[in-house]
Write a protein that binds this ligand. Structure first.
Ligand SMILES: CC(C)(COP(=O)(O)OP(=O)(O)OC[C@H]1O[C@@H](n2cnc3c(N)ncnc32)[C@H](O)[C@@H]1OP(=O)(O)O)[C@@H](O)C(=O)NCCC(=O)NCCS
Length: 182
């Protein structure tokens, strides 16, 4: 089987692709979201798709949020953030194929990007050739109900970081935390 890799803004996703993505994501609050709402809600994102060439089957999807900002020691750093990576069928190499394409594409476009994962998924990202900043995600705080709480993820994924920003994120610890501000 040959595949095609596509990058689309939400405005170019068809109704049926949007419904397939929502089904794969299984996020309760987004279930049943209509096309117009989806396009507005994800207007700051681009969608990376692995499709069967010739057919229109979506095999794997990921979203790149272009507006992810962290505040570290009063300075703001904006990265692209990988989220919503899901394979339609697990264990067929689609996740790895899409991740490798995405990392290559981010490097080509010189886009600094990060992602997050639980330690259970380290072996997968290692297989994809991603540099893993182990146990650094705990030091990224998010706002929830007017309180700052640590991220539930374990690792930060360095998908394409400038060396100084990789060093900055690697240096996060209990005395030097980052705040997710947008
Ligand atoms: C994570 C996910 C995208 C991986 O996609 P996939 O197509 O099933 O993975 P692949 O077949 O490309 O696997 C590539 C390699 O990673 C390994 N791997 C895949 N999933 C793994 C897992 N959950 N834990 C450990 N290793 C894993 C495979 O063994 C494989 O190794 P191999 O090349 O030596 O055979 C997929 O399991 C999925 O959709 N999971 C649910 C959503 C999710 O957790 N997304 C990630 C959020 S950070």
């Amino acid at each position: 089987m040959t595949y095609s890799y596509q990058i689309l803004p939400p405005t170019e996703l068809s109704d049926s692709t949007i419904q397939t993505i929502l089904r794969l994501w299984q996020v309760a609050e987004w279930k049943g979201m209509d096309t117009e709402t989806f396009r507005k809600f994800f207007s700051m994102s681009e969608f990376h798709l692995l499709m069967d060439a010739g057919e229109d089957n979506l095999q794997c999807i990921a979203r790149i949020n272009r507006a992810f900002t962290l505040k570290i020691e009063e300075e703001r750093y904006t990265f692209a953030e990988l989220v919503g990576l899901v394979a339609a069928e697990r264990g067929k190499g689609h996740g790895k194929t899409l991740m490798r394409q995405i990392c290559h594409n981010l490097r080509e476009r010189d886009i600094e990007a990060i992602g997050f994962c639980s330690n259970a998924l380290r072996p997968f990202y290692e297989e994809c050739g991603v540099t893993i900043l182990r146990d650094r995600a705990h030091y990224i705080y998010e706002q929830a109900d007017a309180r700052w709480i640590p991220s539930e993820d374990d690792d930060i994924l360095d998908l394409n970081l400038a060396p100084e920003n990789a060093t900055r994120l690697r240096a996060l610890n209990e005395h030097n935390v980052a705040y997710f501000v947008a």
